[in-house]
Design a binder for this molecule. Structure first.
Ligand SMILES: [Zn+2]
Length: 465
């Protein structure tokens, strides 16, 4: 590396789209990749995971993660497979969740390749997984935890600090200080909502020259939901007629938020205590972690929950083995089954839906965003039948949509951007084009800050900003 090169920021992933977060700091002191996410969703996007990496991964000195969602860390095993062997810096909470989520992602990659081989549709013969469990384990070996507020010099002259983002446990926005050019770049990662029932709100930004801001909900305001009221109606209906409430929920954080609402309702007598099954090994591991963090008084958890057991009013049964999960099929209601995946694209919840959708006493409670084309989206749109496990199942159950979100909306993003001290420019990424452009416009008009929606692969200089 020559020291007279200009510091450059390159938008490798999540540019004009919502997944695949990867931003490369190409600096005189070394190359640092901020987030290493997988593209997810439509096939065209998933194929982008197979594109050659724009720089040789062996020349990247360090990776810095904002949080453990797969669209922020799920490309790590691939990067390792391609030659990266440096440290992966992240908060301890993110490291814990990455250890839970990456092996599952590898398993899905291996399953997809096996499926392609059975169907014979791969261009490669045999079809290969993007990465394997061994690659995921190799990536996990590289994790280097650093606490919130701790500053790590990841390369000479490059200082990184993590601050609470309030999105999921471990989630941070990242401040990168470049000593030579006296420039501070702040990456939002995914910004949470100030109303999260378990997590403290995002920290203010403070000093920043350059902001890189997500825009998932850059043109949307979340509706003020009466989540307790919606869930109370659903549970009371089930209790009165012996129905089953199936909740497809993302394994990390959404499960805890749903349980938190249920717990409040039972504790205040608004619903009777009916059995609650958490049927997802990954959700159970994440649940253990959330419980432990509350018990030990983690600085991310709301202080009123410190030293407490979470969800004390609930009768929770965690079904970890496949046999225990299958046994639920013949169990009669009333009961609640919380199971992954959140959009019913896979996982154990598909079996529960196949088993319960045909009965009008049952309810499906959709607890989050449903991407177009997923089973969750079809249910939300009023499908009268759904194809699962090779057959069509009639939809006679009630479907109730409750769009809980762990992402800040437009106003919350703008409020947070307003906490930055003297920024010079904002780059808006991690959003579909319309959302990113809308947020960039709002930043310019309401925050009087130049804002750019970078093109995929675009490089910008960081000094002189
Ligand atoms: Zn996220």
């Amino acid at each position: 590396m020559t020291s007279n090169r200009a510091p450059v920021l390159q938008f490798i992933g999540a540019a004009r789209t919502v997944t695949g977060s990867k931003s490369l700091l190409d600096l005189p002191g070394g190359r640092v990749l901020v987030d290493c996410g997988l593209y997810q969703g439509r096939k065209k996007l998933r194929l982008a995971n197979w594109q050659p990496f724009p720089v040789d991964p062996a020349t990247i000195d360090a990776v810095v993660l904002t949080h453990a969602h797969i669209d922020h860390c799920g490309y790590l095993p691939r990067l390792v497979k391609l030659g990266f062997d440096g440290p992966v810096w992240c908060t301890p909470g993110t490291a814990e969740l990455v250890r839970i989520l990456l092996p599952d992602s590898a398993h899905l990659q291996e399953e997809e390749a096996a499926y392609a081989n059975r169907r014979g549709y791969s261009k490669h013969d045999p079809a290969l997984p993007l990465y394997t469990d061994a690659d995921a384990q190799a990536a996990i070996e590289l994790l280097r935890p650093a606490g919130f507020g701790e500053t790590v010099t990841v390369r000479p002259g490059i200082d990184v600090t993590w601050h609470r983002a309030g999105h999921i446990l471990g989630a941070a926005f990242v401040r990168v200080g470049l000593r030579e050019s006296d420039t501070t770049v702040v990456f939002s990662g995914d910004l949470g909502r100030p109303t999260h029932p378990l997590l403290l709100p995002p920290d203010p930004i403070g000093a920043a020259d350059v902001l890189v801001v997500e825009s998932t909900y850059g043109e949307t305001e979340h509706l003020e939901l009466d989540a307790d009221g919606v869930i109370a109606d659903v549970v009371n209906d089930a209790a009165s007629c012996g129905g089953v409430v199936v909740v497809p929920a993302f394994a990390v954080d959404r499960t805890e938020v749903v349980l938190w609402h249920l717990d409040q309702l039972v504790a205040t007598g608004r619903v009777p205590s009916i059995p609650v099954f958490v049927d997802s090994p990954m959700a159970s591991r994440a649940l253990d972690f959330y419980r432990g963090e509350a018990r030990r008084g983690s600085p991310e958890i709301r202080p009123e929950l410190h030293g407490r057991e979470l969800f004390p009013a609930l009768d929770i049964v965690e079904t970890r083995s496949t046999d225990e999960s299958k046994a639920l099929n013949t169990r009669r209601g009333p009961m609640v089954i919380v199971s992954a995946s959140g959009m019913a694209t896979g996982g154990r919840v598909v079996h529960h839906l196949a088993n319960r959708l045909g009965d009008s006493r049952n309810t499906v409670l959709l607890a989050g965003f449903q991407a177009p084309g997923t089973r969750g989206d079809q249910l939300r749109s009023g499908a009268t039948k759904l194809k699962m496990l090779g057959r069509y199942v009639p939809v006679r159950a009630n479907v109730v949509s409750l769009e809980l979100s762990s992402h800040a909306d437009r106003s919350e993003l703008l409020d947070w951007i307003g906490t930055a001290d003297a920024p010079q420019i904002a780059y808006v990424n991690h959003g579909e084009v319309d959302a990113a452009v809308a947020l960039a416009d709002a930043i310019e008009t309401e925050r009087r800050l130049p804002a750019v929606v970078p093109q995929p692969g675009e490089r910008v200089r960081l000094n002189g900003t």
